[in-house]
Write a protein that binds this ligand. Structure first.
Ligand code: ADP
Length: 178
């Protein structure tokens, strides 16, 4: 039986192309869980675009520019990380940036089904682009932007969930200057 060819088989003698990845998401706002994945991605890929999805269907607390600003400040020490935004088809944006990898974080089993569907759909749309999943450190495996907003809105402490620069902006955006 013949095996199906792998989608990408660079010749062993070809010089290695810089490996560019895109980490897409809402980042509303960026959390320590996102930061964990960004650090892992930045150490593996030559360039990592952290791309805020401009999604008109999803109500966000922060504007796209505010989210990019926070990502920029939080990743200032990582020179190969580029904060960016995109709208429309992710796969088209990934191709436009010359990237071959979509980076996603998986927290718990609950993320799996959605991520699996998305990865297979993106593979159908762009065969040459691979989705790579990374797991965060255990202490972030329950963390989501939604939960952080909820806890902050109810007056709970969020200092171990988000980078320090996010805290005052989150409290101001929620209108609760605690
Ligand atoms: P959410 O709003 O659910 O926090 P985003 O849409 O911003 O997430 O997520 C972007 C990507 O980051 C997704 O792949 C998501 O699974 C991943 N992600 C979000 N939070 C975490 C976390 N705590 N640990 C690992 N990955 C995460």
């Amino acid at each position: 039986m013949t095996q199906a060819p792998a989608p990408h088989q660079p010749s062993p003698s070809a010089p290695r192309q810089p490996l560019v990845a895109v980490y897409p998401g809402s980042f509303d706002p960026i959390t320590n869980g996102h930061m964990d994945i960004i650090h892992r991605g930045a150490s593996l890929f030559d360039t990592l675009y952290v791309a805020v999805a401009h999604n008109i269907d999803k109500r966000a607390l922060f504007s796209v520019d505010e989210r990019i600003d926070m990502i920029r400040e939080c990743t200032a020490a990582l020179p190969n990380v580029i904060p960016d935004t995109f709208s429309g088809l992710l796969i088209r944006y990934v191709a436009d940036r010359g990237a071959r990898v979509i980076l996603r974080g998986v927290r718990a089993v609950s993320d799996f089904e959605f991520e699996f569907q998305m990865a297979l759909m993106n593979r159908k749309l762009g065969r040459e682009i691979e989705t790579v999943f990374m797991m965060p450190a255990e202490q972030y495996s329950f963390l989501s932007s939604r939960l952080v907003k909820e806890v902050a809105g109810l007056g709970g402490r969020i200092d171990c969930f988000v980078p320090a620069i996010v805290i005052p902006r989150l409290l101001a955006a929620l209108g609760s200057d605690r």
